[in-house]
Every structure is written in C-alpha cells, then in structure tokens.
Design a protein around this ligand. Structure first.
Ligand SMILES: Nc1ncnc2c1ncn2[C@@H]1O[C@H](COP(=O)(O)OP(=O)(O)OP(=O)(O)O)[C@@H](O)[C@H]1O
Ligand SMILES: [Mg+2]
Length: 274
C-alpha cells in the first residue's frame, strides 16, 4: 500500500507547506540513495494559496484545465486520466511530481458543497493511479474545510506540524480529535494520526523548551512526536529562492532535522501497516 502523508493543522504559518515540500523531496532522495526501483513521489497541493506549488514548480499559474481544480470538476470516469494529465514535474527533482493547486480551489469548495460524493473527488482518482508512486504527500490549507477533508480522506498518515508557541496540549488534542472524526465519519479506516512535527523550535526561548518537555511527557502526544525542526533562517531563504532547504544548504540545522524526520517516514513506508 502506498503511504499518503497529509500535513495538516488549522493554524496558519506553522510550517505545513515547508514540511510537505521538503519531506516529499527528501523521501524521493532517500529512496534513490537506497536503490529503490521506484523513487517517484507525488506532492498534491490542496491549498488555494498554492505556496507548495509555487516553490516546487516556480509558478502558481495553474487554473481551470491544469490543476487539482480540474480533477475535482472532472466526470467520475475521467477523473483518474485527468489527474495524470494535470501532474507536472517539479523543478526540484525529476522524481518529485506535483499536482498543482489553483486559486480556483477557493470557489471549488462552494461549487462542490452538497454534491454527493464530493469529499471523495480526490481520493477516488488518486487510488486508481497511486501504484505509479512510492509515496504521496498532501499539503493542506490552514482550516478544516472541504478541501482539507478531501486531503484527509485520501491519506493514510496525518502529520500535524506545530510551532512551540502553539504547543498547548488542548489545541493539539482537538486537531487529533478532528482527524479521528474524519476517519470515522467518512469510513477511512486507513487514516491515522501518524505524528506531530514541532517546527521553528528555538531552544533559547524558555517557553519553547518548557512546552516541548510537556509534549514529550504527555501520555498520548508524547508517543506521537516524530521530529523537531529548529527555527532556521535557511528555511526562509530557501523559500524565497523557490529551493528546498536541502539544496539551499544541506548542512543547515533545518536540513539535518528534516532528513531525520524523512528517515522516520521512509521507515514507516518500509514497515507497511505499522
Ligand atoms: N524551521 C523554520 N525556520 C524558520 N522559518 C520557517 C521554518 N519553517 C517555516 N518557516 C517560515 O514560516 C513561514 C510559514 O511557513 P509555511 O508556509 O510552511 O507554513 P504553513 O503552515 O504552510 O502556512 P499556511 O497556513 O499559510 O499554509 C514561511 O515564511 C517559512 O519560510
Ligand atoms: Mg501552507
């Protein structure tokens, strides 16, 4: 079963797109170095802001006939072929492919609201083409909207990026509860909360250390901690240059942290179910 990692949190600016794009590239690179026969990774951008699309393809000029919007509007029987037609190669790596977002996704939520089967319009066609890919990574918008639900329904593993200042356990438990509701409400038994990724960690800030310690010792959340990415200006510079943090500066602290995190994702892929 191809793993589908969805990065989600209704809070804005916590590092969803940064983590989704760099993890997608990292998985492809790690598989290649391990000599895997199929290293292709598909990045799906479900956010109408199209940040992940912009940094990985150099443009966000996608719309009615070449984006995720096109897939969502296609007839059921054509949707898988439409999806294949809309996938583009990233500028980052030949094995990193992108299903681009479009500003039109904003309107798609209204257009699809109340249409039977709408929440499955990504999961259905994706399931028909997924065997071409070693892994799929989905970036979501900062809300639990229909688009985010579509991403979660299509996924096997939800990863929740969170900044230390938002590390309140109450907030995190509610995000996890929402993901579990979607699994049960939409009968998606494959979806589970796979991990928490702390981003923009600054060990010089006492509050950050305090919150991270609390997270580590929490009975539920502690077991979910999958990685800690330091606050690192290499990330912003890479972003501005439409580069991955790995290619901008492979030795940067954030590159090392993302490489470690990607290692855990690849381990999960190798283990299959667990
Ligand atoms: N580890 C980090 N160190 C420094 N800056 C970071 C780090 N991670 C992300 N950023 C910066 O924080 C900003 C928000 O990151 P990003 O776009 O990944 O968040 P997001 O959760 O996808 O936001 P949105 O909710 O708007 O989609 C960006 O400017 C990015 O460069
Ligand atoms: Mg984003």
């Amino acid at each position: 079963m191809t793993r589908v990692f969805v990065f989600t949190n209704h809070k804005g600016g916590v590092g969803k797109s940064t983590s989704a794009t760099n993890s997608a590239l990292g998985i492809a690179g790690m598989l290649r170095r391990a000599g895997a026969p199929n290293c292709r990774v598909l990045l799906i951008d479900t956010d109408s802001q199209a940040h992940a699309t912009l940094v990985t393809t150099g443009t966000k000029d996608y719309g009615v006939d070449n984006s995720l919007y096109t897939v969502l509007m296609a007839d059921r029987q054509n949707a898988a072929q439409t999806l294949l037609n809309c996938i583009v190669q990233s500028t980052w790596d030949a094995d990193l492919h992108v299903l681009p977002a479009s500003p039109m996704l904003e309107g798609a939520e209204r257009e699809l609201m109340g249409i039977a089967g709408a929440p499955y319009r990504l999961a259905d066609p994706l399931s028909r083409i997924i065997s071409r890919y070693a892994a799929v990574v989905i970036d979501t918008r900062p809300s639990f909207s229909l688009m985010t639900e579509m991403g979660l329904i299509a996924a096997t593993d939800a990863i929740v990026p969170v900044e230390p200042r938002y590390l309140e356990t109450v907030g995190l438990m509610s995000v996890i509860g929402k993901i579990n509701d979607i699994r049960e409400g939409w009968r998606q038994p494959n979806l589970r909360v796979s991990g928490i990724l702390v981003t923009k960690m600054n060990t010089r800030i006492r509050g950050h250390n305090h919150l991270l310690d609390e997270l580590k010792t929490h009975s539920v959340l502690g077991k979910l901690l999958l990685g800690v990415v330091p606050a690192n200006e290499a990330v912003s510079y890479a972003h501005q240059n439409h580069q991955s943090v790995f290619s901008y500066d492979p030795k940067a602290p954030a590159s090392k942290a993302y490489a470690q995190f990607v290692g855990k994702l690849v381990q999960r892929m190798a283990k299959g179910g667990a």
